[in-house]
Design a protein around this ligand. Structure first.
Ligand code: SAM
Length: 276
């Protein structure tokens, strides 16, 4: 069995410390957020999908003590980790609540600003979350999202689709295309805003590149094993996993020789809406 196929995510308090490594991925989106987010004093701010505390804690530090911050996430161990960091940093203007943004535990019209870094692709019901954000925001309050977009890692997905076609797995190739489409476009995200009572006041598109030596380095990379591999495995028949991944790895390696490494594009957006 290929080593990376046996890798298992283990959601225990000890394991969660590895998530302190994740901000290298999250940081690109956090930097986009920090670049465009207007800083104002005396705000009540909510970060939905605050995970292990990024960018919640960074924002609390950047905005300072006149603002109060709350992180909301259903993930127990990540929330504990965030609280530990808040305690370690000695911050008094931030707290973390365990819960879902589908039911935000705040009264109507009480929040000035809601942010979410890489949250939207992970919400099971984004429209419900947007409606909830609209409910708890004050009139003219802002909802600000940063996320990767449809087209994410298109170089990898193209080789993956070609591999499945080469192996005669056209149906799975079609499923893979659907799988990629859960990531929004600027248009679909804008629609979520407008359908829940926001007007989009600003959006900024950007992109960055993640470069790996080849497919073997990519598939064995801790971030890929930690965050992505299980979603691809779930699309494939278990008894054919090994054969499919073996060929995928070979094809990615051939592609990398021709293309000076495996360079993967990550399109992203900063998008801001105002409650109308
Ligand atoms: C990709 S992580 C992003 C974490 C962090 N903001 C960052 O930038 O690294 C997505 C987060 O959304 C959280 N999440 C998923 N469904 C949620 C929901 N319904 N309400 C709030 N957070 C949710 C997950 O638990 C996870 O922590």
């Amino acid at each position: 069995m290929l080593e990376y196929l046996t890798y298992k995510f283990d959601d225990t308090p000890e394991f969660i410390s590895t998530f302190d490594e994740l901000p290298l991925w999250s940081a690109s989106f956090g930097l986009l957020l920090l670049k465009h987010l207007e800083l104002r004093p005396n705000l009540t701010v909510l970060d939905i999908g605050s995970g292990a505390g990024f960018p919640l804690i960074e924002l609390a530090g950047r905005f300072g003590k006149s603002c109060t911050f709350c992180g909301l996430d259903p993930w127990t161990n990540a929330s504990h980790r965030a609280r530990q960091k808040i305690k370690n940093y000695g911050l008094s203007n931030v707290e973390v609540i365990e819960g879902s943004a589908e039911q935000i535990p705040f009264e109507n019209d009480t929040i000035d600003l809601i942010v979410s870094n890489l949250g939207i692709n992970n919400f099971e019901n984004p429209q419900i979350v947007f409606n909830e954000c609209n409910r708890v925001l004050k009139p003219n309050g802002r909802l600000v999202l940063t996320t990767n977009l449809n087209g994410h890692w298109r170089e990898f997905y193209t080789v993956f689709e070609e591999t499945l076609t080469e192996l005669g797995k056209d149906e799975i190739a079609a499923t893979l295309i659907v799988h990629q489409e859960h990531r929004g476009t600027v248009e679909t995200i804008t629609k979520l805003f407008t359908d829940s009572g926001f007007k989009v006041t600003r959006y900024v598109e950007d992109s960055f590149e993640m470069k790996f030596l080849d497919g073997s380095a990519f598939l064995n990379h801790h971030f890929v094993k930690l965050g992505w591999l299980s979603s691809w495995r779930d699309l494939l028949p278990q008894e054919e996993l090994e054969v499919i991944f073996q060929r995928l790895e070979e094809n990615l390696n051939l592609y990398s020789i021709k293309s000076d490494g495996l360079r993967l594009t990550v399109p992203m957006v900063y998008i801001e809406g105002e409650k109308v």
